[in-house]
Design a protein around this ligand. Structure first.
Ligand code: FUL
Length: 501
């Protein structure tokens, strides 16, 4: 073999090695030391669909259905389909509005717990087909999917496993029924980017018990829409654990695998696995060293923060004056997107089938505040020096795929920025390159006040994005100290901003 071929073979095996290492799950072996476990955790990366989803940052829910017309939050499944009669439904208005507000993907409640289907399904007559809307010839799912195509916004479906109308609910036959519904949704409307399975079930102790065949559902989704993320009762996206819009300050996307995940990941040749989550995912700490040190396996399982713009998930006229203000939405942005999570904000269309004015105005105000705040990185133009640092320029180049790291696998560093002129800021933005792994465990930041260095903020995890707010500082010099990292940190971006008034 000549040297050129040898080099090519070596490169290929390195690439193959990397491809093999970089998975979204890993098994912990009995002999693994704590150091081995930490290194394994630091090398787990999102699957391509998880990465795409994380980079959306802002997504919306549209809760719409019979509840919109009965003024309820949970229907009982006995509602007359005749009640469903929006007078001016315009899905393009929904999608256009949220797109203008910066949202990248939407999810329509194709079927909520009451079982009423917003598309003309063949599985049941409990659908738009039996409603007066468009003389039973309407299809809400289709209108939303088409609007998404038109405005280039991602399209997702919420299909409630819990169904209070289906006669077969509680028997094996329901799994066939559910798979049929899923198949319709995944084959008739073009690309589907997210499938949202709700964990809610209010049957109570004497209610019907349905054993959901989640593995079968996942198989159908992976086959028909391989790019779709499966959220909540699914393997790609985890519920953050609240419906308040507040995630965790310390949010690890790598968490211990449950028993049923372990069975799936036991086959280490698998690049990806699909599992139904089990156990409590609402604790404050899901992925610290302490939590992962006893794990038998680890998975990339990032958090989604769902919250409604109103007190309820569905539209109620009496809540028109309780729509969250632009400032409140900005707070939610900081405690979701800024806490290494994706925001799923619900904006429920009203009885007309339109997003109501208070919601539209609030979204518009939110967008203005976010745009004005993050329009320009105030750190731009700074000269950067870093202790044992490599590729410092990447921090300010605005490109996610380039990143700063340290030499010789250093897990601590200090990055100093010197600005040409003093700036006033009250927000620090940090982003790790999660295609390398989530690694940073502790950091702090200081500014030079002309005489000495003073701390102004600190945190634990960074992940895809970490935003920190603090009392405004005016300075020409900032220092970011990475105090602890699982392996060498891979920091994509650093930003300083001032919150718009
Ligand atoms: C919950 C449901 O019970 C609510 O009605 C709503 O759909 C929310 C997003 O999830 O579990």
């Amino acid at each position: 073999m000549n040297t050129k071929i040898l080099a090519a073979v070596a490169l290929l095996s390195v690439q193959a090695g990397i491809a093999q290492q970089k998975k979204n799950h890993v098994l912990i072996h009995p002999g693994d030391t704590e150091k081995d476990i930490i290194a394994k955790a630091a090398n787990i990366v999102p699957s391509p669909r998880q990465l795409r989803w994380q980079q959306l940052e802002l997504t919306t829910f549209f809760h719409f259905g019979v509840n919109t017309f009965t003024d309820r939050e949970w229907g009982n499944g006995k509602e007359d389909p005749q009640l469903f009669n929006p007078t001016a439904l315009d899905a393009a208005q929904w999608v256009k509005t949220v797109k203008a507000a910066g949202f990248k993907q939407v999810i329509i409640t194709a079927k909520h717990h009451d079982g009423f289907c917003l598309w003309p399904t063949n599985t049941t007559s409990h659908s738009v087909k039996s409603s007066p809307w468009k003389q039973g010839r309407g299809d809400v799912v289709k209108e939303v999917a088409e609007a998404c195509k038109k405005y280039k916004v991602g399209f997702g479906v919420y299909l409630s496993p819990w169904d209070r109308n289906a006669a077969s609910y509680g028997t094996d036959a329901y799994n066939d029924f559910f798979v049929e519904q899923l198949t319709e949704l995944l084959t008739q409307y073009g690309p589907v980017d997210e499938v949202w399975f709700d964990g809610a079930n209010g049957e109570g102790p004497n209610g019907k018990k349905q054993v959901y065949d989640f593995n079968r559902y996942y198989g159908v989704i992976r086959k028909l829409q391989p790019a779709a993320t499966i959220a909540i009762m699914g393997p790609d996206v985890r519920w953050v654990g609240t419906e308040s819009g507040k995630g965790r300050e310390m949010e690890w996307s790598v968490v211990p695998a449950d028993e049923n995940m372990l069975q799936k990941i036991a086959d280490e040749s698998q690049q990806e696995v699909a599992f139904a989550p089990a156990g409590d995912k609402t604790a404050q700490d899901l992925g610290s060293r302490e939590k992962i040190s006893t794990a038998k396996g680890l998975v990339w399982y990032p958090a989604e923060t769902d919250v409604s713009i109103r007190p309820g998930w569905f539209y109620h006229a009496k809540e028109d004056d309780k729509v969250k203000s632009p400032r409140r939405l900005v707070d939610i942005y900081f405690s979701s997107v800024g806490y290494n999570s994706v925001l799923l904000l619900n904006i429920p269309p009203d009885k007309r089938g339109l997003l109501a004015d208070p919601d539209v105005n609030s979204l518009e105000g939110f967008r203005q505040l976010i745009q004005q705040t993050f329009d320009r990185n105030l750190a731009k133009g700074a000269t950067i020096s870093a202790q044992n640092g490599v590729n410092t320029k990447a921090l300010l180049d605005g490109k996610y795929n380039t990143y700063f790291t340290t030499r010789s696998n250093d897990t601590t560093t200090s990055i100093e920025l010197t600005l040409p002129a003093a700036i006033t800021c009250n927000i620090l933005s940090l982003q790790e390159n999660i295609t390398v792994g989530q690694r940073i465990e502790k950091f702090s930041a200081e500014y030079f006040d002309g005489a000495q260095w003073k701390p102004f903020t600190a945190g634990t995890t960074v992940g895809y994005k970490r935003l920190l707010r603090f009392d405004a500082i005016t300075t020409k010099k900032i220092r970011l100290k990475i105090l602890s990292s699982r392996l060498n940190p891979a920091l994509s971006e650093l930003g300083l901003y001032k919150l718009a008034q």
